[in-house]
Design a protein around this ligand. Structure first.
Ligand code: ADP
Length: 320
């Protein structure tokens, strides 16, 4: 894959050369992990140089089977993933560019519909005001979508800065529920209370709640209730959002928090979405030093949980 003959490679210092930007050190760490943890496969993606001066991305997977009778070896697998990697980078770049480009016209559109609405309201033209409100709602949902796309670009690039507000979770939860309730026929119930504030980014934590609640509503079309529970322990609080909807098959549960991951429905019913909500929720909660997880039974319903440390804001939780 790298264009060298085996004899050129053996004993050479190719791994230490400048055209292996992270090959040397990262590969050594991978080898150490493989040796330390028998029977556990370890993987790494490295950007490495080809003999002809170009670069390639290589996926390296190793597993230590030295204690496996009959094998007694370390098994390595090397795969050229350059094309896949470049497509991913191009996709990220495209999403980031496209969402930036969409933002400005949407803001202008929104400002003008609002101006028009005020003007027609002053003239008491309720019919027009109503239509403009509908337009405004659609512009708002486009705005939310664009904001999510911008968010994943910056989360991906590690550029997200979290605010450090003292967040009253009970108040935030009631606020989010009050905003969402008029948009759905599901009853949104709140049980329990956090009682203590947490330190974090109020707007982004509100966004996590919106993501989990709108998913619970979206993926339970036959149900009429979504239950939000808040519980607190000594130094953490847990919020859960339970629905009585379609649920998620076990085979998909592992990957739900990945970017763009969606479960495609076997039945005819399709649910709109891009598969970015849970990824954003995961990143935001992680960056607050918290955890996010779920439990689900297909056909019965799902519960999404997140827990956050309460009390003093710890530095480790601030690492971005
Ligand atoms: P989206 O809903 O836009 O597809 P998300 O990232 O929010 O994106 O969710 C990823 C996938 O996880 C969804 O496509 C859906 O298949 C599944 N999912 C999320 N929440 C639920 C839920 N409450 N019940 C069933 N499936 C869910």
């Amino acid at each position: 894959m790298v264009g060298y003959l085996p004899e050129e490679f053996v004993g050479s210092r190719i791994f230490g050369r400048k055209d292996y930007p992270d090959g040397g050190e990262a590969t050594r760490r991978l080898m150490a992990r493989v040796l330390e943890e028998p029977r556990k496969s370890q993987e790494l993606e490295i950007r490495t140089g080809h003999k002809n001066g170009t670069f390639l991305w290589m996926e390296v997977v190793g597993i230590n089977l030295l204690d496996e009778p009959g094998v007694e070896a370390i098994v390595w697998n090397f795969r050229d993933v350059t094309e896949q990697k470049e497509l991913e980078l191009r996709k990220d770049h495209f999403i980031s560019m496209a969402s930036h480009e969409l933002k400005t016209p949407l803001t202008i559109l929104s400002a003008h519909t609002q101006l028009l609405r005020e003007r027609f309201a002053a003239e008491d033209r309720q019919d027009v005001v109503q239509q403009l409100s509908k337009m405004d709602d659609q512009v708002a949902s486009l705005n939310n979508l664009v904001a999510d796309l911008l968010d994943i670009s910056s989360l991906q690039a590690g550029q997200v800065e979290l605010a450090r507000d003292a967040v009253d979770m009970d108040e935030l939860l009631h606020e989010v529920v009050a905003n969402l309730q008029p948009t759905t026929s599901h009853h949104l119930l709140i049980e329990g209370a956090a009682q203590r504030p947490i330190t974090g980014d109020r707007e982004r934590l509100g966004h996590v709640l919106v993501i989990l609640l709108t998913n619970a509503i979206k993926y339970s079309p036959q149900a009429d209730t979504v239950v939000v529970r808040v519980a607190h322990a000594r130094d953490a609080m847990t919020v859960s959002v339970q629905d009585f909807g379609i649920g998620i098959a076990r085979s998909h549960q592992q990957r739900l928090f990945e970017r763009f991951y969606r479960v495609l429905s076997k039945k005819d019913q399709t649910y709109p979405g891009l598969g970015i909500g849970l990824y954003i929720a995961y990143e935001i909660i992680q960056r607050h030093g918290g955890k996010i997880w779920m439990e689900s039974v297909e056909g019965i319903g799902s519960t999404f949980f997140f827990s956050l440390p309460t009390g003093e804001y710890r530095e480790s939780a601030a690492l971005i």
